[in-house]
Design a protein around this ligand. Structure first.
Ligand SMILES: [Zn+2]
Length: 279
């Protein structure tokens, strides 16, 4: 048994069931090794993973993974950084998949806005974001929102939408004031590995992580990205959601088991996972 196995098992023993609400399981870094990745996740106490598509092909692969693995659920969408390279017909394919109401398709995304990578013209990102929001609303599915360096743009986009907006601002790195605005729209807030990083400029994120109401907070890995400390820089995987959850529980002065019980209940309710599995 490796030391990371031991670490995960110990965390599972103290922390109880967890749900990784955001992982890119179709990424080769994870899909090449998926049975082992999911075994390690289970050992760490993870009972379900929401695998998130970033393109029409990735959405199809993500759905396949959800059909072949009991603990995996799927979200379909085109990530803002992949909108520019989408072929004609790709969005229609995503809509088709979503409207088919395939079992285990539990959310629309990943969508949102990104001013950091500049891979897609911003107006095109906005148009794609609006289409995802509309589709999610039409189908009464939660929407998974990516935001990089553009919180104000996201808020401007959402402010005129019908409320409440069912969904998640994922991998949140903003301030408590920004979180509060998103919570007022009806969204949940999900935290990833950044909560464990030492960087001083992430103290505002940690402050937000202590203040988001217990019935609206979620945890995720965003794997293979954003591995939490002490794994920073490595390829991330769902088992490590336990590390981030333990850190946020500590920040909130809570027992990990109590914190995890709440975030897991939130994920079950938001994604309606009880329709598919017993917890
Ligand atoms: Zn993502």
């Amino acid at each position: 048994m490796t030391s990371s196995h031991l670490f995960n098992s110990n965390l599972a023993a103290i922390s109880g069931p967890l749900i990784d609400t955001h992982a890119h399981l179709d990424d080769r870094r994870l899909s090449d090794d998926l049975p082992e990745v999911l075994v390690r996740a289970r050992e760490a106490g993870v009972v379900a993973v929401v695998a998130v598509g970033v393109s029409s092909e990735s959405s199809v692969r993500t759905l396949e993974l959800s059909h072949n693995n009991m603990m995996v659920f799927a979200a379909v969408g085109i990530h803002p950084n992949h909108v520019a390279e989408a072929e004609p017909g790709d969005w229609d394919r995503v809509v088709e998949l979503a409207r088919e109401r395939l079992p285990k398709l539990v959310a629309i995304g990943e969508t949102g806005l990104d001013r950091y990578w500049k891979k897609t013209a911003f107006a095109d990102q906005e148009a794609a974001f609006d289409r995802h929001l509309e589709l999610a609303r039409e189908l009464d599915l939660p929407v998974i929102i990516h935001c990089r360096d553009c919180m104000k743009d996201i808020v401007d986009r959402l402010v005129s939408r019908p409320k409440p907006i069912r969904g998640i601002l994922h991998s949140f790195t903003g301030t408590w004031d920004e979180a509060r605005t998103l919570l007022d729209f009806g969204l949940h807030i999900s935290f990833a590995g950044q909560a464990t990083f030492a960087n001083k400029n992430l103290d505002t994120l940690r402050d937000a992580a202590t203040r988001v109401p217990l019935d609206r907070i979620l945890v995720e890995t965003d794997s293979p990205y954003l591995a939490p400390h002490p794994f920073r820089g490595q390829s991330n995987e769902p088992a490590r959601v336990a590390v981030t959850a333990a850190r946020i529980a500590e920040l909130r002065g809570m027992q990990p088991a109590d914190f995890n019980q709440s975030t897991t209940a939130n994920a079950r309710n938001l994604f309606r996972l009880d329709d598919f599995m017993k917890f």
